[in-house]
Write a protein that binds this ligand. Structure first.
Ligand code: GDP
Length: 403
């Protein structure tokens, strides 16, 4: 089979989730991301029930995101597959399953409340799965919002090492945007045109915070220490990327999703710091007592994990994270747990409330399949001639209705 994804294009994929305490602003942030990436043309609002990720009527009614939805969008020549993870604590099994298929995550915190009990439990689950994270302190426009206090709660309650890469411009109702501490010394006039110049009254504070960021990074990263002081933007970015991927440091950004502030810098940070499918360890599975690794290689035998099944007007959709190999429309896969062979009649990329049909899905992709009739959440789908189990078989779960 012809490989459609070279390693070069795989490097430009980010499979990420948005993790948050309920009410921290996950839905609004997702919505703004879809808007910024041109995936939706109309901005949805949580309060009028028009956001596109919450497309289950029950979810709209309750105003919480219960069911995971995988949404694909494009930013700066990168494909971002957003796997929506439920923030409600009752659904932690579902959170864990979503975490399994992510390569990285954005943890959203409330800029007033800081770290809340639920943020802690989701954080620990993400730790367990070794999911690299960046943090977004949201709602900086709210009365009582305080970035430094939120950062302190991240340090003490999550035992993380926060590395704050932005300085908010204005406070509470006067919050208007962010200064990028990483790029501040190398802003081109185009950057300034796009994001605005650093306000004069904040230059001194921005310089001081940049120095503190450099010190913190130099303490954690040998490359940064070598160049310290006066790190170049390239070195600082590379060091922050490494620290994110090992979890030794936590990049902290901030903004207001509601006011659409800080969303584009957040997307830049996703691309710059979170790993691609090539940067994470090869998936591990077993077959008949033997352990096996399958690399994120489109030429390897196919292996994918079903992380959600839903009934929609399009039919039964089986959401799959492809780890290895390439799946083509019309092909067959084996459900390794049941021994059943399933035919793939269509492969869909899900863009918010729309589906686009694609002829193939390769390693690193997140797609929805039409055709499989019985594959349940947690099932491994694999090449019939190269069986592999990624998860031990579990009892089948009910199909979630999203009609
Ligand atoms: P989720 O439960 O984490 O998905 O949070 P939502 O996105 O549904 O947001 C919860 C509430 O906070 C809604 O009423 C939002 O309009 C509001 N909200 C979200 N982001 C912001 C923000 O940046 N500023 C303010 N003031 N309100 C926000």
């Amino acid at each position: 089979m012809r490989a459609v994804r070279t390693t070069e294009t795989l490097a430009r994929v980010r499979n990420l989730g948005i993790l948050a305490h309920v009410d921290a602003g996950k839905t609004t942030t997702t919505e703004r991301i879809l808007y910024a990436t041109g995936t939706t043309y109309k901005r949805g609002e949580v309060h009028d029930g028009t956001t596109v990720t919450d497309f289950d009527p029950q979810e709209r009614d309750r105003g919480i995101t219960i069911f995971s939805a995988a949404v694909s969008c494009v930013w700066d020549d990168h494909r971002l597959n957003l796997i929506d993870t439920p923030g409600h604590v009752d659904f932690s099994v579902e959170v864990e399953r979503s975490l399994r298929v992510l390569d990285g995550a954005v943890a959203v915190f409330d800029g007033v409340a800081g770290v809340e009990p639920q943020s802690e439990s989701v954080w620990r689950q993400a730790d367990r799965y070794g999911v690299p994270r960046i943090a977004f302190v949201n709602k900086l426009d709210r009365a009582g919002a305080d970035l430094d206090a939120a950062v302190e709660s991240i340090r003490t309650r999550l035992s993380a090492v926060p590395l704050v890469v932005q300085l908010p411009i204005g406070r509470e109702d006067g919050f208007t945007g962010v200064v990028d501490l990483v790029a501040m010394r190398s802003l081109t006039w185009e950057d300034e045109l796009k994001r605005g110049p650093i306000p004069d009254q904040l230059r001194e504070e921005a310089d001081a915070r940049r120095r503190r960021l450099e010190e913190a990074v130099a303490e954690l990263h040998p490359l940064a220490l070598e160049e310290f002081p006066n790190l170049s933007e390239a070195t600082l970015t590379a060091a922050l990327r490494d620290l994110t991927r090992t979890g030794a440091g936590l990049v902290v950004l901030c903004g207001s999703a509601y006011r659409n502030r800080g969303i584009e810098p957040l997307l830049d940070a996703v691309v710059a710091y979170l790993p691609s499918p090539l940067d994470v360890p090869a998936v591990r599975g077993t077959w008949q007592g033997h352990d096996e690794e399958r690399p994120a290689d489109p030429e390897a035998p196919f292996a994918g994990l079903v992380f959600k099944v839903s009934a929609t007007p399009t039919g039964r959709l089986t959401y799959v994270r492809v780890y290895a190999g390439t799946l083509a429309k019309g092909g067959h896969v084996l459900d390794a747990a049941t021994g059943r062979t399933e035919r793939i009649s269509r492969i869909l990329r899900v863009q918010a409330d729309r589906h686009t049909e694609v002829p193939r899905a390769g390693a690193g992709d997140i797609v929805a399949l039409v055709g499989p009739k019985a594959a349940a959440t947690g099932a491994t789908l694999c090449a019939p001639n190269a069986p592999l189990l990624l998860e031990p078989p579990t009892s089948p779960e009910p199909v979630v209705s999203m009609a």
